[in-house]
Design a protein around this ligand. Structure first.
Ligand code: GTP
Ligand code: MG
Length: 215
């Protein structure tokens, strides 16, 4: 690890150890909070672990609501950090949840796509992919939207505690290969487990680096 990495990790640790609070929930694109500072959003299929990741990042058990069953988060949920953080975290509804009522799925899906395309304060999207399942067709739709919107995004493999190293290796290769045709995608993956805390320090540091670049 370089000195720079160590510094970013320490700054990330401090900022995420601060007081993070729920500030706003938007069921629609018309009800978004006024923009202030930067936003970092977490997108992915239902049940991939978006809300759990926000809890693990902030060291809070129940800041974001999680559930064993898909379809828990149904609005865009905004969290604000300590004063000096300078950015918000946005928990998003999941997509690709086949058993939810059709009208709900349609409304979440359009909310997700509209938010990702039309929010100028959105500095980075972390696209979460379950490391047991890899990229699915519904993820490819989101990749298309992100490419079109030219929002910078990075893929995060979640639940790495659930796969054997050889399988993880295969999944990483396949995911990176698929991302090659998506120029807006950051060309590296983050490997995380909200259960073991794996990858959290790196993800926090990546957000601090982004902030430094954008400020
Ligand atoms: P929706 O809001 O429904 O879109 O889901 P979500 O992506 O926010 O997923 P959520 O965080 O609610 O987690 C879904 C389930 O996965 C829960 O049962 C979590 O405990 C579990 N889970 C989340 N992260 C991990 C992880 O890193 N490892 C393991 N083993 N389970 C996890
Ligand atoms: Mg959720």
């Amino acid at each position: 690890m370089t000195d720079l990495d160590a510094k970013l990790i320490e700054r990330g640790r401090k900022i995420f150890a601060g007081d993070w609070q729920f500030i706003w929930a938007s069921p629609s694109i018309e009800t978004l909070p006024p923009m202030a500072g930067m936003e970092v959003a977490f997108a992915g299929r239902s049940n991939v672990g978006k809300s759990s990741l926000i809890n693990a990042l902030t060291g809070r058990n129940a800041l974001a609501r999680t559930s064993h069953t898909p379809g828990r988060t149904q609005e865009l949920i905004f969290f604000e950090g300590p004063q000096d953080a300078g950015f918000r975290l946005v928990d998003m509804p999941g997509y690709g949840y086949a058993s939810a009522p059709k009208a709900k799925v349609a409304s979440w899906t359009s909310l997700i796509h509209n938010f990702l395309q039309g929010r100028s304060s959105l500095a980075r999207v972390y696209l979460l992919i379950d490391s047991r399942h890899g990229l699915k067709d519904v993820d490819l739709d989101i990749l298309k939207t992100l490419d079109k919107a030219a929002v910078s995004y990075q893929v995060v493999l979640t639940k790495v505690d659930q796969v054997k190293p050889a399988e993880l290796e295969q999944r990483m290769e396949a995911t990176l290969a698929a991302l090659k045709t998506h120029p807006a995608a950051f060309p590296e993956l983050l490997l995380t487990s909200s259960r073991t805390g794996a990858g959290m320090a790196e993800l926090r540091a990546a957000m601090i680096r982004l902030l430094d670049e954008r400020r």
